[in-house]
Design a protein around this ligand. Structure first.
Ligand SMILES: [Zn+2]
Length: 512
């Protein structure tokens, strides 16, 4: 609504006055009586108005009193109408209004009015004084401080028995309004809603921002921009979008401000959707700086691609924890028996696998085996040895294998030979890593390293977690079940129907 239309709403003064003198005295004593009583505007929305028992006894603060006193010259059929009006006024003036308070009537005149809706200029703010102390007060801020005293405000008053709102408006700002003030205004609610929708749809924040600004800052649009006044949404700051994203996450991911409680709520949710295998809380919580570990159980699907089937998030990776995980995994999926289990070179884990899945063939991941070996010598100094070891692990023919072993012994320092003999040449261990025992593999089992898992972790960290490290457990659970799993299932469906589908790096991963 424009300024001129607003003025038209102010009713003309009534020279006679029509409030009883006794009332006038009482109200004057409390300082409430206007200097001139004013007749109500002729275009009041009568149909919505409460019907006072008698106009002659309009009580101080009542609808009839406020209407006649002229103290509240604005009229809206309902609170919603008032909000629409405020929104238009914001656009017209280049300001924004914040609801400071919806003050309920708690006083003596409780029957006269119900609530005062008090809106203030956004430059005043609704909170108290900022506790922020600038580190460098001498530095001039690029954008001046938003907060200041400004007397501008709108009050809408509601009354019992009807929806009509009477209002008053002080539009004297103590700062420039219009374009100059846009940088200090809030994001208009309808634009904010659009931002939220876009973010929920997974649209990239930079694109969300451009859309929120109306995609107007294009070179092609320059002529249009030159001939039009700026709109408030044009100057939505870049940090506005992540701020809104945080609020959304607060409702969908961080279910409680406290991480522990939020995790418990996630546990309940997972249980409700039957996605929880088990939850074990500790009465003796891990030290606050301890890292949470993620364990992923990946199976090869029939197309040879990896598919995570179970996750363990734990504050420790000790043998007992792994054992508990495996015990539950097996109990929950009694019909599923892996023919081969591949793990990295962690002896605590290996023992537990052997214990919980004795029927499965336990294999060591080549990548991890080589990784362990190369820690015992400098690759650049023993380049030939390193090449031999990489080939040795894949030799399927026993004669060639043992010949190669002799050659390795000739090349390697004594410490390396001793290490290999002690930890890798025993009968049980040898079967776990040498290709001599991996001959009868089908094409689907050609997973000789758990690089698959490594690659999965890489993808999780860089893509699904948006490159942020140390994200909270809530965020991790959300990413696993709401993002990563969806991608894997889509991938699997594409395979099923032979739809050409880009192979993810996880399933591309090859041993090297
Ligand atoms: Zn102001």
């Amino acid at each position: 609504m424009s300024q001129s239309m607003f003025r038209a709403l102010i009713p003309p003064a009534d020279p006679q006055g029509n409030i009883k003198s006794a009332k006038r005295t009482a109200c004057r004593a409390s300082g409430l009586l206007p200097s001139r009583a004013i007749r109500p505007p002729s275009f009041t929305f009568k149909s919505f108005a409460p019907s006072p028992a008698s106009t002659s006894y309009a009580k101080c603060g009542s609808y009839q009193y406020d209407l006649e006193s002229g103290k509240y010259p604005l009229t809206w059929p309902s609170l919603d109408h008032m909000k629409v009006w405020l929104r238009k006024e914001e656009d017209a003036q280049g300001v924004s209004f914040l609801l400071k308070e919806a003050e309920p009537n708690g006083g003596k005149g409780v029957h006269q009015w119900t609530t005062k809706h008090i809106y203030v200029c956004s430059r005043v703010g609704t909170g108290g004084k900022s506790k922020y102390v600038p580190n460098h007060p001498e530095r001039e801020r690029e954008i001046g401080n938003k907060r200041m005293d400004c007397s501008c405000g709108v009050v809408g008053k509601s009354y019992p028995g009807g929806a009509t709102i009477l209002g008053k408006y002080d539009n004297s700002h103590s700062h420039p309004i219009g374009a100059e003030n846009l940088i200090y205004t809030r994001i208009p609610p309808e634009v904010r809603y659009k931002i939220e929708q876009d973010l929920r749809d997974g649209i990239r924040p930079d694109i969300v921002l451009a859309r929120a600004r109306g995609n107007v800052h294009t070179e092609q649009n320059l002529p249009h921009l030159a001939s039009h006044a700026p709109r408030p949404e044009e100057f939505i700051k870049a940090k506005g979008v992540p701020r809104i994203q945080k609020k959304i996450e607060a409702g969908t991911i961080h279910l409680d401000a406290q991480d522990g409680r939020s995790t418990l709520q996630w546990v309940e949710h997972l249980e409700a959707i039957r996605a929880l295998m088990y939850f074990k809380s500790s009465s003796d919580p891990p030290p606050p700086d301890s890292e949470m570990l993620l364990f992923t159980f990946i199976v090869r699907d029939r197309y040879g691609r990896g598919m995570p089937i179970a996750w363990l998030i734990s504050s420790n990776g000790k043998g007992d924890t792994i054992d508990y995980f495996l015990k539950n995994l097996r109990a929950r999926n009694p019909d599923i028996l892996p023919s081969k289990l591949m793990s990295d070179n962690d002896s605590a884990q290996l023992g537990k696998y052997r214990f919980r899945y004795p029927e499965s063939l336990l294999l060591l991941c080549w990548w991890h085996v080589l990784h362990a070996w190369q820690k015992h010598f400098v690759i650049t100094h023993f380049a030939e040895l390193w090449d031999k070891l990489k080939g040795w692990i894949r030799i399927t023919d026993p004669d060639k294998f043992w010949t190669c072993w002799e050659e390795i012994k000739a090349l390697a320092p004594d410490s390396v030979i001793e290490y290999l003999e002690e930890y890798y040449m025993g009968e049980t261990t040898l079967k776990m890593w040498s290709a001599m025992y991996r001959k009868d593999r089908t094409i689907f089992e050609l997973c000789d390293t758990n690089m698959l898992v490594e690659a999965w972790h890489h993808i999780l960290k860089t893509h699904n977690m948006e490159g942020k490290r140390n994200r909270r457990v809530n965020q991790l659970i959300h990413t696993l079940i709401n993002v990563a799993l969806l991608n894997y299932i889509a991938n699997h469906r594409a395979q099923q129907f032979r739809i050409p589908w880009p192979r993810s790096r996880a399933s591309e991963a090859k041993s090297n």
